[in-house]
Design a protein around this ligand. Structure first.
Ligand code: SF4
Ligand code: SF4
Length: 429
């Protein structure tokens, strides 16, 4: 066999050797020799196949001294004549060593993604797409309303009074300058941080309404009516605002993802009753002091107000720092701390949705007690045992996690034993 064909054969043999399992796990065997590997692919404790050393034109294998691999000669799988390494220590050999390592890391990282993809095929898939779309749409609306309102206002100022503003030089201007009549949208959809006006409908957050009533001690019928739709929805669907519309929930769920990606297990638990106590105390404080206490700490309102500040004045207020603090606490200390234990809005929606008509049910015949639904629940409930309680926001994450489709939404009035479970939950909270 001539030199050229020997090189070709050695190359194809090395390429065909797969890295051994141990090397894939990253456990290089320091005492291994070529004889220790049944495939003959080990050299000086390193898996040659995983590094994919290729013989050069001079029938040699590159020395990768930068990576601490002192490769002087190699016995191929044929066990024939040793191949001598040249003194090449340039960038290519370094890359040759790094790329397989990067590939292995990417393979490792893609494993959970594949698992997620599998789970994503479950029956709750479409529901989760819908839920995410709604949450993102709400977030975008909170940005779009102040952007178009301000643009409309400044454009009128410029056209009527001739005042040039810094707005003209902003990026937002270039983004929205093609909107011909922003006032059409801004007249149709308006809002404050608590209220949304869409056409003739005005919808207010029920927490804003009770907070206002407590602070002003006045019952304004027209304001009360604006909370009617959210109240009815909560009576029917439970804490659905939290799971499907609240912009803070989207960001808190992102925090949960960061927790699981970073492998943070710490989860300090508090009493769920805290939020009910805070709701009562806040209303009492409003009644006595005449101030709207919740406005300062309610995350959906904070997000809305901070977007307005940022878009209008280019700055963030104290609320942004407060929100970031909560998020950091959730990531490092307590999973979904705010919504589970503190949020007065969550407390009010839980109370309203206590006897909701649409609720999840477990089908015991197909349930295998794998507890995957329990693990998926961000609020730490036990869907597997049917313990949803008033806290459940009908988000459907547990349903998506079930590989046997044992969870589904049902229309039902809460049965007697359902009420027992609710009170049991409240007791254990
Ligand atoms: S508990 Fe509060 S912050 Fe959490 S989702 Fe509900 S309203 Fe939003
Ligand atoms: S029990 Fe299921 S639907 Fe209810 S909050 Fe937990 S994951 Fe969401």
């Amino acid at each position: 066999m001539n030199k050229k064909s020997a090189t070709k054969k050695a190359t194809s043999e090395l390429d065909s050797v797969e890295p051994c399992l141990e090397t894939r796990k990253g456990n290089l065997r320091s005492d291994a020799t070529t004889r220790a590997c049944p495939r003959g692919a080990m050299f000086n404790g390193d898996c040659v196949a995983s590094v994919k050393h290729r013989p050069t034109e001079a029938s040699s294998v590159v020395a990768i001294s930068d990576l601490g691999i002192d490769l002087v000669s190699i016995h191929g799988s044929t066990g024939t004549s040793p191949v001598v390494a040249p003194s090449d220590t340039g960038i290519l050999p370094v890359l040759a060593g790094i790329l397989p390592a990067l590939r292995a890391a990417a393979q490792r990282a893609s494993r959970p993604w594949r698992r997620r993809q599998k789970r994503w095929q479950g029956p709750g898939r479409k529901l989760q797409i819908l839920r995410r779309s709604l949450q993102i749409a709400v977030l975008l609306l909170l940005i779009l309303i102040p952007v178009l309102s301000l643009y409309d206002h400044l454009r009128n100022q410029r056209d009527e009074v001739g005042i040039q503003s810094r707005w003209d030089t902003r990026t937002v201007h270039s983004l929205v300058q093609d909107v011909e009549q922003p006032e059409r949208f801004t007249q149709a959809v308006r809002g404050s941080v608590w209220t949304l006006k869409a056409g003739d409908f005005i919808i207010s957050d029920p927490l804003a309404v009770v907070d206002f009533i407590a602070a002003s001690r006045v019952l304004v019928d027209r304001f009360l009516i604006t909370a009617l739709i959210p109240v009815l929805l909560s009576l029917l669907l439970g804490r659905v605002f939290c799971g499907w519309l609240c912009p803070a929930d989207l960001l808190f769920e992102a925090g949960s993802r960061i927790r699981s990606w970073a492998g943070i297990e710490t989860d300090v638990r508090f009493s769920r009753r805290t939020k009910y106590a805070l709701l009562a105390l806040g209303l009492l404080a409003g009644l006595l002091l005449g101030t709207q206490f919740f406005a300062e700490i309610y995350p959906p309102r904070i997000i809305s107000a901070e977007f307005y500040l940022w878009i209008t004045f280019g700055v963030f207020g104290a609320g942004a720092w407060f929100f970031l603090l909560i998020l950091a606490f959730e990531i490092f200390v307590s999973r979904r701390f705010w919504c589970r234990y503190v949020c007065p809005g969550g407390a009010l929606y839980s109370l309203l949705g206590r006897w909701r008509v649409v609720r999840l049910k477990v089908q015991e015949s197909s349930c295998t007690n794998c507890r995957l639904c329990d693990k998926a629940c961000e609020f730490g409930l036990s869907p597997m045992q049917g313990k949803f309680g008033p806290e459940c926001n009908n988000c459907g994450l547990c349903m998506r996690a079930c590989p046997h489709a044992s969870l589904s939404y049902r229309l039902s009035l809460p049965p007697r034993d359902g009420l027992d479970v609710v009170s049991e939950n409240l007791k254990s909270a």
